[in-house]
Design a protein around this ligand. Sequence first.
Ligand SMILES: CC(C)(COP(=O)(O)OP(=O)(O)OC[C@H]1O[C@@H](n2cnc3c(N)ncnc32)[C@H](O)[C@@H]1OP(=O)(O)O)[C@@H](O)C(=O)NCCC(=O)NCCS
Length: 208
Amino acid sequence: MKKLVIIGAGGCAKSVVDSIVTQEWDFCGFIDRNREKHSHLGFPVLAHTLEEMPEREKYHYIIAIGNNKIRKYYYDLLKGYGLRLASIVDSTAMISSRSSIGEGCFVGKMAIINGCATVKDNCIINTKALVEHGAFVHPHVNMSTNATINGDVILQEGSFLGSASVVIGQLSVGEWSVVGAGAIVIHNVDAFSTVAGVPAVKIKQVQP
Ligand SMILES: CC(C)(COP(=O)(O)OP(=O)(O)OC[C@H]1O[C@@H](n2cnc3c(N)ncnc32)[C@H](O)[C@@H]1OP(=O)(O)O)[C@@H](O)C(=O)NCCC(=O)NCCS
């Protein structure tokens, strides 16, 4: 069995641990930067940084951190060290055989990834999120619980969709943008902006 370590011992890790298929993975524990933390959910915190991790080449890693920038930081670090990433897909998720999922992704309970959709590396497709047919999800995206993207939507790198937000079909959500919980997005979303409401309007714009 392959040995698995989760980076991040917080809320997101609770979902990931619950979705590990134990016939496939030998889950060994966490890496968490909080030096006060020595165990989580009954599993040990093995190290507080990747550098301190003993025999780190032995393991596969998944990053259970909701913040896209921090998740990207650890992803780049893992890649830089040539370490292996694992994707964890809950057994209740429905994944089309015509879709693809990259490395280091988490797909939660009852999430759906439909035909001809693409999910690239290091994404979170959380509980009950829906990626409809033909949608394209770039790296480091987080789709929160119950978020929906309809057909052919493009989520650019690092974009974040709040819980129960909906992006109607054929739109693009810009890189490192944020969609508020419950928003209905009916126009393209600018990069580095925050949109919220029904219909969604821009409430914030930051510089790259
Ligand atoms: C949209 C969001 C990112 C804004 O957070 P923020 O940048 O800290 O902004 P603020 O809380 O200061 O709110 C700014 C304004 O937007 C409004 N607003 C915030 N979130 C909103 C939402 N989801 N829908 C509608 N309006 C919202 C606020 O009422 C406020 O309005 P005001 O200026 O008239 O008072 C945040 O509220 C949100 O929805 N986050 C998603 C959380 C989530 O789904 N997490 C998933 C965990 S699995």
